[in-house]
Design a protein around this ligand. Structure first.
Ligand code: PSV
Ligand code: MN
Ligand code: MN
Length: 387
């Protein structure tokens, strides 16, 4: 069995934030399939997320999405989370489901619409102050569908201006994290399409503004680990939205489509000092359209743990030597040896030694929780997409 002795300290420090929306129903524009036991409110989403942490010890916080997770009292929600052994994390804004934002939100040419979008972010900061959250994550659906539709440069200026107003409002211990995405829902141009644009804006804002890298938001073939290395070099990698994709923004279980890519990304995170570093938040951004949501999230965090273990096992000294003497195939072989190491039996044993189930998927299935929520809950909520 693989010897994990040298890597258990960093492994024990792993924390992956779950998205509240992964527990609601979601789907494609073709159909949202309802699943029995879906949470009826944000409190139940948190209870479900807590199951993931209970069985894996890997997911101590849950990200909220406003207004999908609108509640009367965020201190009650916070208390509920704490009672269930988890905390509330990143607050995600939403300026993509309101008719006013058809032609843009913080980039809109109408100052009234821009102000409405800015005010929404102020409301999100109010929520953060109650939940104790550190990060405000902004993903914008802003963009255009046709060349000439709007002045793409003026939109950059309006974006910079709106972001500066939002940034001014965040507290000393809070951060603004700007996510990029190269297309969708806009198809001609997106106002924050790539890491460079997010970097340019967050660098202009200041030290408490960072880039969020969603692994599903790049053109096929993009070398994501290079972006990770570059952002870590620049001190601007704030967070990850992990998921996997075959074609577009599929939001599938992380590591499902391409575990090797996840390994390569995690290797660069570790190499660049971004692992178990509070400045680089590991989050999931996934939807479970056809599979059960809680086991879907358990599988996801285990995939991240497994690829992290493999990346931590890279013989970095030997790799450095091979690289220094130009041993192309030797260096590649050292990286591949770690990638091909089956760490699952050793991880199961290590989990048990820490009082966790060796097989969290099995433990959840045997716990009776799924049957209980399916019997108790009727009329669950949409995750938000299409809501
Ligand atoms: C839309 O692409 C998206 O998936 C972004 O990645 C956000 O992080 C997420 O929705 C939630 O707003
Ligand atoms: Mn995302
Ligand atoms: Mn996305």
């Amino acid at each position: 069995m693989t010897d994990l002795t040298d890597i258990t300290t960093p492994l024990a420090a792993q924390a992956i934030e779950l998205p509240s929306w992964a527990f609601g129903n979601s789907g494609t524009r073709f159909k949202v399939f309802g699943s029995p036991g879906t949470p009826r409110d944000p409190f139940e989403k948190i209870s479900d997320a807590a199951q993931v942490h209970k069985h894996t010890g890997l997911a101590p916080t849950v990200a909220l999405h406003i207004p999908w997770d609108l509640v009367d009292s965020y201190s009650d929600l916070r208390k509920h989370a704490e009672d269930n052994g988890v905390g509330l994390g990143t607050v995600n804004s939403n300026t993509f489901q309101d008719d006013d934002y058809k032609l843009g939100s913080v980039t809109h040419s109408d100052p009234k619409v821009r102000q409405k979008a800015i005010d929404h972010h102020f409301a999100c900061i109010d929520v953060m102050n109650e939940t104790g959250s550190r990060d405000l994550k902004i993903w914008l659906a802003d963009g255009t569908n046709y060349p000439g539709q709007d002045d793409i440069r003026a939109r950059q200026d309006r974006l910079a201006d709106s972001l500066a107003k939002i940034y001014e409002r965040i507290g000393e211990d809070q951060r603004l994290v700007l996510e990029y995405k190269f297309f969708e829902p806009a198809f001609y141009h997106t106002d924050v399409p790539d890491w460079g644009t997010s970097y340019a804006h967050t660098a202009a804002l200041g030290d408490r503004a960072f880039v969020c890298l969603d692994t599903g938001h790049h053109a096929p073939g993009t070398n994501i680990e290079f972006i990770v290395a570059q952002l870590l070099r620049l001190g601007k990698l704030g967070s990850f939205d992990f998921n996997s994709r075959f074609y577009a923004d599929d939001d599938l279980i992380v590591g499902a489509a391409d575990p090797f890519q996840l390994f390569r990304i995690l290797y660069e995170v570790i190499r660049g000092g971004g692992y178990a570093n509070p400045d680089v938040a590991f989050m999931l951004d996934q939807c479970h359209n056809i599979e059960k949501k809680i086991p879907g999230q358990i599988r996801s965090v285990l995939n991240v743990q497994e690829m992290t273990a493999r990346a931590l096992l890279v013989d970095t000294e030997a790799l450095k030597k091979a690289q220094a003497c130009g041993d192309v195939l030797g260096a590649n072989g050292i990286l591949m040896d770690a990638f091909y190491t089956d760490v699952r039996p050793a991880l199961a044993e290590w989990r048990e030694s820490r009082g966790l189930p060796g097989d969290p998927m099995k433990a959840y299935a045997a716990s009776g929780y799924q049957e209980k929520i399916e019997a108790e809950r009727v009329g669950g909520t949409q995750a938000g997409w299409g809501a």
